[in-house]
Design a protein around this ligand. Structure first.
Ligand SMILES: [Zn+2]
Length: 81
């Protein structure tokens, strides 16, 4: 995972992605966070994938009594499919 501090003027990492696929490694559930939802997190002060990861959990696993924190985030860059 890149912290994206190397090149040029600093931009919030989350400003560089247009969507994020989120997969729960415990139950296999996936969902896609779209740009408007990402923008809400950015405006709430969450600017990095790691910070976002800390805030997310799997509701299905949590309902089952788990922590729901075994998530993988797959950012989809602007300009890619
Ligand atoms: Zn889950």
């Amino acid at each position: 995972m890149s912290l994206a501090f190397e090149n040029g003027p600093w931009k919030p990492e989350l400003a560089l992605v247009r969507a994020i696929d989120i997969r729960c490694e415990d139950c296999g559930r996936t969902r896609r966070m779209q740009a408007p939802a990402i923008a809400r997190h950015v405006s709430a002060g969450c600017h990095s994938l790691i910070g976002l990861h800390d805030k997310l959990y799997c509701a299905v696993c949590r309902e089952r009594g788990g922590l729901g924190k075994n998530l993988s985030l797959f950012p989809i860059d602007r300009g890619s499919a």
